[in-house]
Design a protein around this ligand. Structure first.
Ligand SMILES: C[S@@+](CC[C@H](N)C(=O)[O-])C[C@H]1O[C@@H](n2cnc3c(N)ncnc32)[C@H](O)[C@@H]1O
Length: 353
């Protein structure tokens, strides 16, 4: 409680300004989880290699502060992609890994956040993943695996010999989600899309928050963007704190947290609109949202929202099919038929024949 009191005034708020100012004002050992995706627009003012070194140096200062404010049982999740310039690629996690170690933090996982879609490269393989580095402050860290289990693939598998013969050999509560995650990117028709170009999906943040904090713990995002980490922490009965220097994004974060329409009946995204209507019983067609594509919003019941394991299975299927097709090409065999071509697959059908 004393630790919480030290954060009074900053708790459950997004500070509009530079995160270095906020971090400098936080006491040692005062937050339980830091989850963030830092900006990596390196600018064009310097020759790119120097810009990259300056960027890493600036980020090192932020991460040293993050490490200082993290509690002894705390975790930090740092999500980054790649820096690319004129065909040259620097996967940023490779550069961040030693920086986090030099802050005295201990690596736990390098999580691959995979996607099915993205830009199609012409002179190299198309990029289909980013990474999330998970580090802890000590070896005594919070990890609630049971809170984030996902369905087992073979749910009826049993021990076939020994004392446990006939008993289930897998945990009926589900399996560890592993370190390849496939949360759909917040783009186009995603319910959570605001005007921000690179939002976290809320479910992905929820997995991190549930696994590494308990109710009432404090979650910090130094680069809040449009407030995804704040919204998730609040919805899961955690406290939050963070900064966003862009006034427009900060305003959107506040609107998402308030969950109310503006004076013109507009919400920052479809999710906030639907949540509001479900809470108040009002009809969705009365309102609009900032990134609206269609003529009017629809109820959530009419939306196709799949859980992460659906997308993961779909991606596994597709990769399996592409490899089988490539193997057939190499051997001069007929290509297998993709029954999922143009979205034709029905539940329970084999992927290819
Ligand atoms: C990759 S985005 C984060 C998006 C966020 N995860 C979300 O879901 O909305 C990085 C954000 O950091 C903000 N930013 C950049 N430098 C900052 C600084 N020094 N202090 C606070 N915010 C900053 C940018 O305006 C941008 O919105």
């Amino acid at each position: 409680m004393a630790r919480r009191n030290k954060l009074d005034g900053r708790m459950d708020r997004v500070f509009c300004g530079d995160c270095r100012e906020l971090l400098a004002s936080l006491p040692d050992d005062s937050v339980d989880l830091i989850v963030s995706s830092p900006p990596y627009n390196l600018g064009k003012e310097y020759e790119s290699k120097i810009a990259l070194e300056r960027y890493i140096q600036a980020q090192t200062e932020v991460l040293l502060e993050c490490s200082r404010v993290l509690s002894r049982t705390g975790s930090i999740f740092w999500q980054v992609g790649a820096f690319a310039d004129r065909g040259m690629l620097v996967p940023l996690d490779i550069r961040f890994f030693p920086v986090l170690e030099s802050c005295g933090l201990i690596p736990r996982n390098r999580i691959v956040w995979a996607r099915q879609h993205g830009l199609h490269a012409k002179k190299k393989f198309s990029c289909r993943h980013e990474t999330i580095l998970w580090f802890t402050k000590t070896d005594t860290y919070t990890f609630n695996l049971d809170a984030v289990r996902v369905p087992q693939k073979y749910q009826n598998k049993k021990h076939y010999r020994g004392d446990k013969r006939g008993q289930l050999s897998c945990n009926p509560e589900g399996k560890n989600p592993g370190d390849i995650w496939l949360f759909r990117n917040v783009k186009h028709n995603h319910e959570e899309q605001t005007v921000h170009p690179c939002q976290f999906p809320e479910d992905m943040v929820a997995r991190i928050v549930l696994a590494t904090t308990n109710e009432g713990d404090v979650v910090l995002d130094p680069y809040m963007g449009v407030g995804t980490v704040a919204v998730v922490a609040r919805d899961l009965d955690r406290r939050f704190i963070g900064a966003e220097k862009d006034e427009e994004y900060h305003q959107i974060a506040e609107q998402r947290l308030a969950g109310e329409p503006d004076e013109h009946g507009v919400f920052p995204n479809l999710k906030t609109l639907r949540d509001y209507c479900e809470r108040t019983g009002e009809v969705v067609e009365m309102y609009r949202f900032a990134v609206q594509v269609g003529r009017q919003p629809t109820d959530r019941s009419k939306a196709k929202i799949h859980p992460e394991h659906h997308h993961l299975a779909e991606m596994e299927d597709r990769i399996e099919y592409e490899e089988a097709a490539f193997a057939a090409d190499l051997r001069g065999d007929d290509r297998p038929v993709d029954v999922n071509l143009n979205g034709g697959k029905k539940e329970g059908m084999p992927l290819f024949s």
